[in-house]
Design a protein. Structure first.
Ligand code: ATP
Ligand code: MG
Length: 171
């Protein structure tokens, strides 16, 4: 049975808040998960990813994959792939590059600019969309699968109810 999508909204007034949200995602990750990171240029997608990857235990640098398309991290036995498809001119480039093989039960895939590979990309468990809001940002999270919902529950608990609103009641 299809479970309903679950949505939460987080206010991120400064870079530290984006980093805290990224760190708070780490305990909720499960092998096989796909997370989309959407939002304009400079919205904070890489900042969030970097904090998440460091929180998983990666001590070295976390480069933006803007030029490489993918950065690979092996953390314990988990393969984490951090993609950025901004430079794709068509979604077919995803399959041409063989990236579909990276999406498997043993990996976690973080994808910046997923819309550039739309139609070729597997579906996301969790979609995170960042918006500019004054000098800060707002993040909208939508969980599309049970794994995504579990991860969002972990995130909600870590961020505290004060900063989030889950599926707002109708006005
Ligand atoms: N909540 C926030 N409030 C204010 N500034 C932030 C916030 N989160 C991140 N930033 C800042 O936004 C800038 C751009 O961040 P980042 O490179 O992560 O964006 P991006 O979404 O990955 O961009 P691109 O689409 O180019 O890959 C950084 O200077 C970062 O410090
Ligand atoms: Mg980026």
């Amino acid at each position: 049975m299809h479970s309903p999508d679950v949505t939460a909204v987080f206010e991120l007034p400064d870079e530290a808040a984006t980093q805290r949200l990224g760190e708070s995602l780490a305990p909720g990750l499960q092998p096989g998960m796909v997370i989309f990171l959407e939002g304009d240029l400079g919205a904070g997608k890489t900042t969030l990813s970097r904090a998440l990857i460091r929180a998983l235990g990666h001590a070295g640098p976390v480069k933006s994959p803007t030029y490489s398309l993918v950065e690979v991290y092996v953390i314990s036995s988990l393969y984490l792939y951090h993609f950025d498809f901004y430079r794709f001119e068509s979604p077919e480039e995803f399959l041409d590059a063989g990236f579909d093989e990276y999406f498997n039960d043993a990996s976690v895939c973080l994808v910046e600019w997923p819309e550039r590979a739309q139609g070729s990309l597997p579906p996301a468990d969790l979609r995170l969309r960042l918006y500019h809001a004054g000098v800060g940002r707002v993040l909208e999270a939508v969980a599309n699968t049970p794994k995504g919902q579990e991860c969002l529950s972990v995130l909600n608990r870590a961020m505290g109810a004060a900063s989030s609103s889950v599926t707002p009641a109708p006005r």
